[in-house]
Design a binder for this molecule. Structure first.
Ligand SMILES: Nc1ncnc2c1ncn2[C@@H]1O[C@H](COP(=O)(O)OP(=O)(O)OP(=O)(O)O)[C@@H](O)[C@H]1O
Length: 356
């Protein structure tokens, strides 16, 4: 019998999952040997383009789906043989609101506790603690339909925590919230993870969120983990700086892309709308060179910046596309940027395409 690695609250080992697509089509490979481990009491971020396999991974870990092969453990339990124990050990905060809008916040929490087998007294006491913790005490006896988006989202997280789960799955906890509510939610999640020693698996469409909350993160592409580490470590592993050149005229962007891409000084050269991004060893020296090259071809620049590597650069280096372009609108496949000398991932952008 396989066993989990000591000290890990979540572990995925070589997970493979294929979805059948009917008789004439080959199956979609959603997970292609995906592995990662999450230490107890930490926040771990799972990032990746649409269709990379994040939801499939979370579903397998939460026992909502079974892998074709590989092993997965949650709170020390094998998801295959100990599904009931896994379910007792986890809280799951999905993107969709789970609270009943016609009930009060308190009623929602108490019901969630009772569903997990808590007695009414315990459930009320725990609900009171969580309402305090999430700044919802004053609204405890109001129907949830009167809550703001941020308040309703906090209540959802509190519902997921009612039964003191060892592991909390947070699927895009701040999507749809305004910046203020988002910042507030981040503070609550940080505090919650520290106070309760809850292990959190966070999937998010906001790099800033992963950067702020996750002590480690994994970037998933084509059903595999393509890189994993602490955000700062991942950034430091990228040599050099990023330069970003915004062209005055959209018609000049292709020319600039070719010019910069041809120079050995620059690498990972990509187009993003009206801008060209590239990596280079010494940004301060390379930027004047890039400007001189563009000027010689009469390609006019509206703005030019040098920046230390960001998490977006890490994402770009490992997936061949920038996070913002992959997540701004529609699917990542639609948003893929042409890359010169850049991508580290071979083949099509999604498992779906690969199987096609
Ligand atoms: N039930 C299903 N039947 C067929 N294919 C599926 C099913 N669920 C997922 N897939 C496919 O498996 C691949 C991985 O999907 P998954 O939802 O895990 O990705 P994701 O990283 O969570 O994407 P997103 O960010 O869009 O939620 C995709 O190609 C997807 O189309």
């Amino acid at each position: 019998m396989p066993t989990t690695t000591p000290g890990l609250a979540l572990e995925a080992r070589n997970l493979v999952k294929r979805y059948p697509q009917g008789r004439r089509k080959p199956p979609v490979t959603a997970l292609d040997g995906l592995s990662f481990g999450v230490e107890e009491g930490t926040v771990f971020g799972l990032l990746g383009p649409n269709g990379a396999g994040k939801s499939t991974t979370v579903k397998i870990l939460a026992t909502l789906s079974a892998a074709d092969s590989g092993d997965a453990f949650v709170a020390g339990f094998d998801v295959r043989g100990r599904a009931a124990d896994v379910r007792r050990s986890i809280g799951f905060v999905a993107q969709k609101q789970v609270s009943d809008p016609m009930d009060t916040g308190l009623e929602n929490l108490v019901l969630a506790g009772q569903l997990h087998g808590m007695g009414t007294r315990d459930a009320r006491s725990r609900a009171g603690d969580l309402l305090d913790r999430f700044g919802l005490a004053a609204a405890a006896r109001r129907q949830v339909k009167t809550y703001s988006g941020g308040m309703a989202r906090k209540l959802d997280v509190a519902i997921g925590l009612m039964h003191h789960p060892a592991v909390l799955f947070l699927d895009e906890p701040t999507t749809g919230l305004d910046p203020e509510a988002r910042t507030e939610m981040w503070a609550e999640i940080e505090r919650m993870a520290a106070d309760e020693r809850t292990t959190v698996l966070l999937t998010t469409h906001y790099l800033e969120e992963a950067d702020r909350l996750a002590s480690r993160l994994a970037i998933v592409a084509n059903g595999r983990v393509v890189t994993e580490g602490e955000p700062e470590e991942l950034k430091a592993a990228l040599r050099g700086d990023a330069i970003v050149l915004e062209l005055l005229d959209a018609a000049d962007v292709d020319g600039a892309l070719t010019l910069i891409g041809r120079s050995p000084v620059f690498r990972d050269v990509v187009r993003e709308g009206r801008t060209v991004r590239a990596r280079t060893d010494e940004g301060g020296q390379a930027l004047p060179l890039a400007l001189a090259m563009l000027d010689a071809e009469r390609l006019r620049v509206a703005s030019a910046t040098v920046a230390r590597p960001s998490l977006d650069d890490v994402y770009l280096a490992h997936t061949g596309r920038s996070f913002s372009s992959a997540h701004s609108e529609g699917s990542a496949t639609d948003q893929a940027t042409p890359t010169i000398d850049g991508p580290t991932i071979d083949g099509p952008a999604t498992a779906e395409e690969r199987a096609a």
